[in-house]
Design a protein around this ligand. Structure first.
Ligand code: AP5
Ligand code: MG
Length: 221
């Protein structure tokens, strides 16, 4: 059975950190819509040029654009035997579209990473990413240091200033949090405590996925 994993959680919950780690371990692609958009911005594609201002305000890019990007990505051969989705879906319309895309495929395993709001604000206020390769630096890295992967300088993400972080959290509560209720009724839904050290979160994530996988097997009969 393909491992089709979807990570839910507010900005700063650790979706990207855990998705990267898990995808590497299981050798499946990590599909992060934030990373895809940041790359489109950096390479100045048409989508990137339109998305930049929206992202810098902390708002959401349109469902139509995002669904198109994800549909195309999930159809590529490397995603057939599984994937980790990070940052999509973010609206109920995106979730409904994903259900249509996945209709003939193995069930989605959905893990919601729960972290208190003050911790999210703290994390985003201190996060650094690489200016060159865009990689999120490891926990505790600081702006100005060198990227562990490529040596590029670590900088603050353009949407991590305080005003935009607060807007992103508002947008999350309004548009993305309803997804928890959307998925909670499924036997393949789990939620984990993201306010622990990364290794503990990773261990809980692996356990949640194993348990949710049993739920999925039940669904398939
Ligand atoms: P996106 O890039 O997805 O940003 P986000 O949802 O705001 O989430 P973040 O990447 O900020 O947080 P994360 O959960 O990945 O946390 P991370 O692991 O980095 O989206 C950016 C923008 O793109 C959106 O605002 C929107 O405009 C657009 N967009 C993207 N997808 C879209 C969609 N589907 N529809 C419409 N628009 C879309 O961790 C955060 C920090 O905490 C890091 O510094 C990390 O080192 C640290 N950390 C991680 N885990 C721990 C831990 N356990 N303990 C302590 N620190 C930790
Ligand atoms: Mg992220």
């Amino acid at each position: 059975m393909a491992l089709n994993l979807l990570m839910l959680g507010p900005p700063g919950a650790g979706k990207g950190t855990q998705a990267e780690r898990f995808a590497k371990e299981r050798r499946i692609p990590k599909i992060s819509t934030g990373d895809i958009l940041r790359e489109a911005v950096a390479t100045k594609t048409e989508v990137g040029q339109r998305a930049k201002a929206i992202m810098d305000r902390g708002e959401l890019v349109s469902d139509e654009v995002m669904i198109g990007i994800v549909r195309e990505r999930l159809e590529r051969p490397d995603a057939v035997s599984g994937f980790v989705l990070d940052g999509f879906p973010r609206t109920v319309a995106q979730a409904a579209a994903l259900d249509r895309i996945m209709a003939e495929r193995d069930p989605l395993i959905v893990v919601d990473i729960v972290v208190p709001e003050d911790e999210l604000v703290r994390r985003l206020g201190t996060r650094s990413i690489c200016r060159l390769c865009g990689t999120g630096a490891s926990v505790g890295s600081t702006v100005g240091a060198a990227c562990g992967k490529c040596g590029g300088r670590l900088v603050q993400r353009t949407d991590d200033n305080q005003a935009v972080v607060l807007e992103r959290l508002k947008v999350y509560h309004r548009q993305s949090e309803p997804l928890v209720e959307y998925y909670r009724v499924r036997p393949t839904f789990r939620s984990i405590d993201g306010a622990q050290p990364p290794d503990r979160v990773a261990a809980d994530l692996a356990a949640a996925i194993a348990a949710a996988g049993n739920g999925a097997a039940g669904v398939q009969g």
